[in-house]
Ligand binder design. Structure first.
Ligand code: WT7
Length: 662
């Protein structure tokens, strides 16, 4: 494992981004019915705090009015809507029922094998009340942590909202993470309760989850008292008497009477772990009032949401922040009807998404560029077989969307008429930060363009000075925003160091960016040791740690190499231990062995696409691995400027050795 590599300059990706220079102004028809009006920017800029205060009052029902919009007296620790009290679950559920919308569908759920379930707002409210009662009966109180390790089933949303209702802090762990990763997250958050399922379905076959929980809880010293298990795929499971409980016997039988108690605006809502530049994932902490305000605001205006008529579908997994903000919270707070899908896009056929859109007459689709690029590869004939005319707005999130994919999305999926909103944000920002507004912005393929009203984003140089139009630099946020992270769970220093120390008084996002001639922002990818694979964030250091934890590995360096479909792919360079070589030769299976090892340590998403065995790694005199040079090799280029290497001949040695091992 290495220390941090040198930062790469955010300029490379630019050439291929900028060759598409058409602009797409909103149609008169769309603009006429759009919720956002061009004046909204000036209105927000005139008094940002007043703007957010107004949004918060309009979009949410506060149990107790807040007294102060923002307290920034102790930066970078913000407090929004100070003195206010609110219940997130009440805002997402009960109030819609009270307003007479109990019969509106909240969730159209589509299981992978094609089974379906539907919940109206009244029904979902009832389920959440039962779950809240059940959790309380198990001794879960306000402030306690609950780990949720579930597939894309309605119980995931129900569990999250039940936690929010009683003031417990949920920590959702993506179902694709390993037992080891789950245990680390359970331990860091000191969770009392785990909610899981027997398993789910993946590409037509049952796939298990409960065994990972059992493995995670095998070693003593954890804080978990109970495990609630949703029966989903019916596969047999091991059972720990006294600890394990079926959802059906615990939640479904609980009382459906439950009065929500108001929580402080700054009461923690959830922790969500994300990869940083070190090996240890960060528990990003979000609180209640500001988070709900900005997620609801952006969901309404960026998607032009008309809750009475729209059918919204966010195709993310609940295990990532997109699933938190734009499945579990904002759509429900806004009273929308949404589709939730358990499976993969190619099961049972490659038209599954389009079939779902046709079936439910989806009007708003929110997806990642990786998915779009995959559909492009499968060909336009597949979506052409379905009626996609209901679509009105198409969203993109998670990674830069290349102009080709943007145009394809608009033309093939959106019938050449739908606005595309490319939304930039992060786990840490909690909600969208940079995005066009449909009906207002003339969009540019490949660019997220402008900060949303009430947000101050900028691109600065190494010294923190704003760059001129046409120049590249680092993306920063200049002032606090309502849904900003409130810290890293248990580590306030790391919060300051990671985000607020690179530039004075500015939030450093870790992304490279460029302003074009119009001042519009183009995102150019991470400038730190974080990779983005299929819109999922992975840490080079975390994967390196996993690799060196294997007996055969002496040293490892990981890079994200450009990949046509997934944006980046993980490529690992390893030096094997002498003991792992027979007559100086590695086991021909070593690549597969190490890929599987990473899968076990972190999860299948982190498996390197390639593992290259090398005799040396390129290092500077101070011992830093020059990942830039490894990236050149991984992307099939001649290695670039190697003059700062301690040993100038090393790249030659590495290239030669890779020629020998195909
Ligand atoms: C990183 C955050 C946002 C929720 C899902 C990912 C990259 C995200 C875009 C976009 C270019 C994007 C950035 C960011 N990213 N959206 N529209 N254009 N890049 O959340 O796992 O916290 O990752 O994803 O690099 O820093 P995350």
């Amino acid at each position: 494992m290495s220390q941090n590599s040198e930062n790469s300059q955010p300029s490379e990706a630019l050439e291929n981004l900028l060759h598409e220079n058409r602009k797409f102004p909103p149609s008169a028809e769309f603009a006429a019915q759009a919720l956002a009006q061009p004046t909204i920017y000036a209105e927000a800029a005139a008094d940002r705090e007043a703007f957010w205060a107004r949004q918060s009052r309009e979009l949410l029902s506060w149990s107790k009015e807040f007294e102060q919009t923002l307290d920034w007296s102790n930066p970078p620790f913000a407090r929004w809507f100070v003195g206010g009290e609110i219940n997130a679950a009440y805002n997402a559920l009960d109030r819609h029922v009270e307003a007479g919308n109990g019969d509106r569908v909240a969730i159209y759920w589509e299981g992978e094998p094609g089974d379906t379930r539907q919940y109206t707002y009244a029904q979902l409210t009832e389920e959440v009340k039962k779950a809240a009662n059940a959790f309380e009966a198990l001794g879960v109180h306000k402030g306690d942590r609950v780990a949720i390790y579930l597939p894309m089933v309605p119980e995931a949303v129900i569990s999250m909202l039940a936690c929010a209702r009683i003031g417990a802090i949920h920590s959702v762990v993506f179902g694709g993470f390993s037992a080891e990763a789950l245990r680390n997250r359970i331990d860091d958050a000191e969770a009392k309760l785990v909610i899981t399922a027997d398993g789910t379905f993946r590409r037509g076959a049952p796939s298990s989850l409960k065994p990972a929980v059992d493995t995670a809880l095998q070693a003593p010293g954890h804080t978990v008292k109970h495990v609630i298990v949703v029966k989903r795929n019916g596969e047999p499971v091991e059972w720990v008497e006294g600890r394990d409980l079926w959802w059906a016997d615990t939640v479904e039988v609980a009382s459906a009477e439950h009065t929500p108690v108001p929580h402080d605006a700054e009461h923690p809502l959830y922790i969500l772990y994300t990869s940083g530049t070190t090996g240890k994932p960060k528990g990003i902490l979000h609180t209640t009032g500001g988070y709900l305000t900005q997620t609801a605001f952006t969901h309404k205006y960026v998607f032009d949401l008309h809750p009475e008529t729209d059918v919204y579908w966010c195709a993310a997994d609940i295990g990532w922040v997109t699933g938190h903000s734009y499945i579990a919270y904002a759509p429900l707070v806004n009273g929308a009807s949404m589709v939730m899908y358990e499976g993969t896009p190619d099961t049972p056929h490659q038209g599954r998404w389009w079939e779902i859109i046709e079936k439910y007459k989806v009007t708003i689709l929110y997806a990642a560029p990786t998915a779009i690029r995959t559909f492009m590869k499968w060909g336009r004939d597949i979506p052409a077989k379905f009626d996609l005319s209901s679509l009105k707005v198409l969203g993109s999130v998670g990674e830069p969307i290349n102009p080709e994919a943007w145009i394809w999305y608009r033309d093939v999926i959106g019938g050449g008429k739908t606005p595309i909103v490319d939304t930039w944000w992060q786990t840490e920002t909690g909600a969208m930060m940079i995005s066009p507004l449909p009906g207002v912005t003339a969009t540019k393929p490949g660019s997220a363009q402008i900060a949303l009203p009430g947000i101050e984003a900028d691109v600065v140089d190494d010294l923190g000075h704003p760059v001129a139009d046409g120049q590249g630099g680092y993306l920063v946020i200049r002032s606090p925003w309502p849904s900003m992270l409130r810290g890293i769970w248990g580590d306030p220093e790391r919060y300051k160091d990671t985000y607020w120390s690179r530039f004075e008084n500015m939030y450093f996002a870790g992304d490279g960016a460029k302003k074009d001639e119009d001042g519009d922002i183009w995102l150019l990818g991470r400038v730190d040791d974080v990779m983005n694979v299929s819109g999922h964030r992975l840490s080079t250091t975390e994967i390196e740690s996993a690799l060196v934890s294997h007996d055969a590995v002496a040293e490892a360096a990981v890079v994200g190499a450009a990949d046509e479909t997934t944006g980046q792919s993980v490529v690992a360079f390893v030096i094997l231990r002498g003991s792992a070589l027979v007559d100086g030769v590695a086991d021909p299976q070593i690549e597969q062995i190490l890929r599987n090892h990473v899968g076990r340590e972190i999860g299948p998403i982190a498996k390197p696409k390639r593992v290259l065995v090398v005799p040396e790694l390129p290092k500077t005199r101070s011992g830093k691995i020059m990942r830039r040079l490894l990236k050149d090799i991984a992307e099939g280029r001649e290695a670039g400027d190697a003059t700062t290497l301690a040993d100038a001949g090393i790249m030659q040695v590495i290239s030669e050795s890779l020629k020998k091992t195909p």
